[in-house]
Design a protein around this ligand. Structure first.
Ligand SMILES: C[S@@+](CC[C@H](N)C(=O)[O-])C[C@H]1O[C@@H](n2cnc3c(N)ncnc32)[C@H](O)[C@@H]1O
Length: 183
């Protein structure tokens, strides 16, 4: 189901320039620092909070995709002065192959491009599976809502089993409502 910016709550439309404490809503910096690589790849840019966190954590290369044009434009404005950020507009699962075209190293994925009743996570994982690198670090937000209609009844077990088809060496932890798949 597509939503437009008018349907988003005030919190979702936050202008990060007005919020000096800008951070991702749900990704704590101490977790992101633990899984730091050269590249941060995010689905669900929103106003740019996750990208700003990645800048603060020192990622060299930051890429993020947003579905809603108004949020994409807002993030562009909010992040205009930040270096090394590439923003994409479109469906995450369709943009991931382009986002990864020139990548040949392990990256840190922040899969957060899901809203209520719209959960592309399995298609995002399929796109990650199709990439040549088989040890990307994958962080998936909102674990508590998986297995419910909010996230199309996709379960944590289903995601884990699929990730193991990318590479059977993946290990899983859950922390702060985030499923972390690492090698
Ligand atoms: C929870 S917000 C992301 C918050 C941000 N990543 C952070 O760390 O604070 C979810 C965002 O995902 C976007 N979204 C939903 N479905 C998407 C899709 N299929 N592709 C890309 N973005 C999507 C929504 O428009 C919304 O801006």
């Amino acid at each position: 189901m597509l939503v437009n910016a008018q349907q988003l709550s005030l919190k979702e439309r936050v202008d990060i320039k007005k919020n000096k404490q800008i951070m991702s809503w749900t990704l704590p910096s101490h977790i992101l620092m633990r899984y730091k690589t050269k590249s941060f790849i995010e689905t669900g840019t929103n106003a740019g909070q996750g990208c700003q966190l990645a800048v603060n954590c020192g990622f060299e290369d930051i890429r993020s995709v947003e579905l809603i044009p108004e949020l994409y434009e807002l993030a562009k404005t909010n992040l205009a002065s930040a270096p090394n950020i590439k923003l994409y507009l479109g469906k995450s699962e369709e943009c991931i192959p382009t986002m990864l075209e020139d990548i040949n190293h392990q990256c840190t994925f922040w899969l957060d491009g899901h809203s209520k009743y719209n959960c592309p996570v399995m298609r995002e994982l399929e796109a990650i599976k199709n990439h040549s690198i088989k040890n990307h670090l994958i962080l998936i937000d909102d674990v508590r809502e998986f297995g419910t209609p909010i996230h199309e009844n996709i379960t944590v077990e289903e995601m884990q089993n699929f990730i193991l088809t990318i590479n059977p060496e993946y290990k899983f932890t859950i922390e702060d409502n985030i499923l972390i798949a690492s090698i």
